[in-house]
Design a protein. Structure first.
Length: 502
């Protein structure tokens, strides 16, 4: 076993530019030459203010069957309000660490203290495949560093021998048995044990079915390793889309419904001007770009990239919270700006559970999409077009329309073509929302609030307006509140219906 106790500042090369990083001195192993296994241990300390990524080169000889890595780091006490130590980890193979991830072989963030990979198997979060000769890189991500610094220890073990057989990945089908053009329920932000979740794909699929969902999306943090593990749990009654939660230091974005095996790099900040490149990659792979929980307060979660590349935005994330209320208001401001600028483009909203483990509820909330069928293409097209609403559970159903002017009628995400002073009737049918109130929100604000719905939870609310008075109307269904004029938590909300001629 070889130790290296040299302080990081004396053995590191500082690299500037996008995704600035430290690259340490390399760790070398001997050729196999009759050895069964060999281990190296590296120790160092990351100072406060470390760059986002620290790379440890590992010189891997030929004849390696398996690479295994374990690491620990100190977690000293820090004063209240001061961030402590948190160190993420992943690995890139001999193809290198260039932005874009050609050499990417896995990432577990801070969810695991060790991992392995070989041709036929790998730790969840990592990609099986041959351990080829060349310079590999362990990628360390000092998420936060305490004022005392972050002392770490990394142990690398190579096992020599014949490589195992590489297994061809099998991916879930892109079609399930639908009902033709209908409303389909989905949860597109879920985590399994392939990143920092605690549930298996089978457990998530069972919970999705119990929640009445028709589709879900695989969205692990910074890895696509789960893609090949959903085929067995998909079925005619559950469409499984594939994607990733691209977890940068300036916010998270769900790559929704990408081609199988698509990896999206996360090693950049807003100031690096790299996000557009990867947003375009998501779309080229057939997916949607969906900023997640844009106003979350966790370190690195708040969205800093702007919404110019967004196909939709996750306004409601998990159990409804003040962060979601801010996200909803921000999204509404974007709607106002789009109609006042005369733009036909707007960003639809959606909601997802972001469920990781018990007691996180899969399907709280869920996005209900009007799609031509239960296929990847149709579901994504419905979300992109904004033909959707968000509900807290399978029990809440909405039908929202605007009608007027020669019998014309438009639904969620559509435009009712009508003259400026044409009378328009907005109608919301609700079920599953006992004692909730309905609010109609326009570019002028909340213009109508209903009396509470009956205890049956079903009811119809109508309101009349004109396109000159309301450029769009969207509906909110809210629970009762005991705090004066403040609105209650959402039970459901719709994307808008636009009024007037484009």
């Amino acid at each position: 076993m070889a130790d290296d106790d040299t302080a990081i500042g004396r053995r590191a090369l500082f690299v500037t530019g996008a995704a600035a990083a430290l690259t340490l001195g390399s760790v070398s192993f001997a050729e196999a030459a009759g050895r069964e296994q060999e281990t190296r241990t590296v120790r160092g300390t990351l100072p406060p203010g470390s760059p986002d990524f620290v790379y440890l080169p590992v010189e891997v000889p030929s004849g390696v069957r398996e690479i295994r890595v374990a690491y620990t780091y100190d977690k000293p006490s820090v004063p209240a309000g001061t961030t402590g130590n948190a160190l993420d980890i992943g690995v890139f193979d001999e193809r290198g660490t260039e932005l874009g991830g050609r050499g990417f072989r896995g990432w577990s963030g801070g969810a695991r203290s060790e991992f392995f990979l070989r041709a036929d198997d790998a730790t969840p979060g990592y990609l099986p495949g041959p351990v080829r000769e060349g310079t590999w890189h362990l990628a360390l991500g000092p998420y936060t560093v305490a004022p005392q610094g972050l002392p770490y220890e990394i142990t690398i073990t190579l096992t020599y021998g014949e490589p195992g057989e590489v297994r061809e990945p099998v991916y879930p089908p892109e079609r399930a048995e639908g009902r033709g053009r209908a409303w389909y329920r989905g949860d597109c932000h879920l985590h399994s044990w392939y990143s920092d979740g605690r549930r298996t794909p089978a457990e998530l699929a069972a919970l999705a079915r119990a929640a009445g969902l028709d589709f879900i999306n695989s969205s692990e943090h910074n890895t696509h390793s789960a893609h090949a593990h959903w085929a067995d749990v998909a079925g005619d009654d559950l469409l499984v889309l594939l994607g990733e939660e691209v977890t940068t230091r300036n916010g998270h974005v769900v790559a929704l419904g990408t081609d199988p095996g698509t990896f999206v790099d996360w090693r950049y900040r807003a100031r690096d001007h790299r996000f557009g490149r990867f947003a375009r990659q998501i779309r080229r792979a057939g997916g949607l770009v969906v900023p997640a929980h844009p106003h979350a307060t966790c370190v690195g979660c708040n969205w800093k990239f702007g919404f110019g590349e967004a196909d939709a935005v996750e306004v409601w994330n998990g159990a409804y919270s003040p962060e979601d209320e801010v996200a909803l208001a921000d999204w509404d401001s974007m709607l106002v700006a789009s109609v006042r600028s005369g733009s036909r483009s707007w960003i639809p909203a959606m909601g997802n559970s972001d469920a990781h483990r018990d007691p996180d509820v899969v399907g709280l909330p869920q996005t209900v999409v009007l799609a031509d069928d239960l296929t990847r293409e149709a579901i994504l097209e419905g979300i992109r077009a904004g033909r959707s609403y968000v509900a807290e559970s399978r029990h809440v159903s909405l039908s929202f329309t605007a009608s007027g002017g020669r019998g014309r009628r438009a639904g969620v995400g559509e435009r009712l073509e009508a003259g400026r002073d044409t009378p328009v009737t907005v109608r919301l049918e609700v079920s599953g929302a006992p004692r909730c109130t309905v609010r109609f929100v326009t570019d002028q604000g909340v213009l109508h609030t209903s009396a509470p719905l009956p205890v049956t939870g079903a009811g119809v609310v109508e309101w009349r307006t004109t396109p000159s008075y309301a450029a769009y109307v969207r509906a909110e269904v809210r629970h009762e509140t005991a705090v004066g004029p403040l609105p209650g938590a959402l039970a459901a909300f719709t994307n808008p219906v636009f009024l007037g001629r484009a």
